[in-house]
Design a protein. Structure first.
Lengths: 112, 111
């Protein structure tokens, strides 16, 4: 059963703590992406990776970090430097040299 | 600055009616224009997409109309059903495969 999994579905943290969101795909896709979604706004790109061991900043990378050590995994760390971390986080993947992006179910992060 | 402008923010349509959502862009390097459908608490699902060399694409009750000279594209949902009630996002992609999204349109279909 192929797809993208994100865990956990809901995550709660105290302000000042780093938190890591998981994203795994078994679609054999080369590229993976992280987006942030806020109410009434479209999706905004945080980081993306076209290939293992390489990644680039998106439009809103400040306060976030990623790693891409395996093709199937692209974890996102929300650091304490992110000023407004409460949001719905979406991971996506796409085949090499293709435009179509497929999304996971998302993780809703609440920081208080 | 949002590279893709989407309107309206929300719309209500009667069952069997037509829903129309519009998007406009400025960057002429965009070469791929998808639409995504998102239900509350779920990830977006790719619905239909078009490239600039085609003026219209139809898949079932969903049609994309594309106007390259006006830099506009739109989604038409024919014979709207209550199950179509969702938020719809237009997007546009550069040749480097980075998607820029519109702000979304919440569609409510009344039975």
């Amino acid at each position: 059963d192929g797809g993208i999994t994100q865990s956990p579905k809901y995550l709660f943290r105290k302000e000042g703590q780093n938190v890591t969101l998981s994203c795994e795909q078994n679609l054999n896709h080369d590229a993976m992406y992280w987006y942030r979604q806020d109410p009434g706004q479209g999706l905004r790109l945080i980081y993306y990776s076209q290939i293992v061991n390489d990644f680039q900043k998106g439009d809103i990378a400040e306060g976030y970090s990623v790693s891409r050590e395996k093709k199937e995994s692209f974890p996102l760390t929300v650091t304490s430097a992110q000023k407004n971390p409460t949001a719905f986080y979406l991971c996506a993947s796409s085949p090499r040299d293709r435009d179509e992006q497929y999304f996971g179910p998302g993780t809703r992060l609440t920081v208080t | 600055q949002q590279q893709v402008k989407q309107s309206p923010q929300s719309l209500i349509v009667q069952k069997g009616g037509i829903s129309i959502i519009n998007c406009a862009y400025e960057n002429t390097a965009f070469d791929y224009f998808p639409w995504y459908q998102q239900f509350p608490g779920k990830g977006p699902a790719l619905l239909i997409a078009i490239r600039p060399d085609v003026s219209e694409k139809k898949e079932g009750r969903f049609t994309i109309s594309f106007n390259k000279s006006a830099k506009q594209f739109s989604l038409h949902i024919m014979d709207s059903q209550p199950g179509d009630s969702a938020t719809y996002f237009c997007a546009a992609s550069n040749p480097d495969y980075k998607l820029s999204f519109g702000a979304g349109t919440t569609v409510t279909v009344r039975a």
